[in-house]
Write a protein that binds this ligand. Sequence first.
Ligand SMILES: Nc1ncnc2c1ncn2[C@@H]1O[C@H](COP(=O)(O)OP(=O)(O)OP(=O)(O)O)[C@@H](O)[C@H]1O
Ligand code: SF4
Ligand SMILES: [Mg+2]
Length: 353
Amino acid sequence: MVDAVVEPILEVSGLVKHYPLTQGILIKKQIGAVKAVDGVDFTLDKGETLGIVGESGCGKSTVAKMLVNLERPTAGSIKYKGEDITRLGGRALKAVRRNIQMVFQDPYTSLNPRMTVGDIIGEPYEIHPEAAPKGDRRRRVQELLDVVGLNPEYINRYPHQFSGGQRQRIGIARGLALRPEVIVADEPVSALDVSVQAQVINLLDRLQNDFDLSYVFIAHDLSIVRHISDRVGVMYLGRIVEIGKDEEIYDHPTHPYTQALLSAVPVPDPEARERRERIILSGDVPSPTNIPSGCRFRTRCWKAQERCALEVPMLAVPAEFRLAPGPAAHDSACHFAEEKRVVPPDDLGNRGA
Ligand SMILES: Nc1ncnc2c1ncn2[C@@H]1O[C@H](COP(=O)(O)OP(=O)(O)OP(=O)(O)O)[C@@H](O)[C@H]1O
Ligand code: SF4
Ligand SMILES: [Mg+2]
């Protein structure tokens, strides 16, 4: 029997967000653009978690905002179950938005301090009244509090009466209120203590099973997403430079930038730390208003050659691995991709377990 081809729940192609840079007060003239996202492609399957990782300013939040329609792309498409949502408007867009919800990074600033927890979690019902009849909302909110591990009797409390981890649980409950299929979590644990990070990641893991959710999980540290991700995409200066399954990225990275990021992740065991190779990148990340020609990573890459300045490397399985099936044969945007294990196996990323 031939397996049915399952369509991805999200399919992102050529996604671009350029913010115009203008000069002049009365007559504004465009003098350039901040290329926050500059051609991103990925798919998300149903029930899957895709981790997106990269340094500050590489465009992760901008991708997240476009996925939930808080920003409109400059170019490209975002297909939800085959339909390009960037072209939708009105009622059709509203219906789709219900199914793709966001959990924000900072639970201290993303919750309105003057609203009760019940009003915060129930707020999506004001925008989508069809999701829950008015008389039923309080009970639903209490259920959601219970689902995220908070006491349902806290419904009338205010955000300041909760710890950081509890506030993030409130943010997650709000994200779940409309029973979405996709959750875009933008650094949901970055503002939390390490001990609390693991609890929140475990909660997200459990909710994924209970509610059949698909996640785009954004982080700036590769070790945070390992436990929860099925696949990981590494972003640099507005683009994904390497993407693959968990094992492919962590144990068989082929892009120099991924290798450098992996060499910097915290390794708890001192002996393993000794064995790990450190790769120190030279220079700063270039400005997204002035992206280097050819390979955008070349100004910091220790392997850069002339070709790197002339030709943009495509995100695809590099030619040298195409005929050799195995974990190194995954998408990597490098002209000179080669396998390099940076961290010894099993020394990495068991923090959330
Ligand atoms: N509204 C805006 N106008 C102009 N530039 C913007 C705007 N929003 C973001 N940028 C710029 O776009 C780039 C990408 O920003 P973004 O917030 O997506 O990065 P990020 O990867 O989420 O970073 P962080 O890890 O710090 O959250 C940055 O250079 C940022 O300054
Ligand atoms: S294409 Fe060249 S500059 Fe870019 S990552 Fe590969 S070796 Fe480095
Ligand atoms: Mg961000």
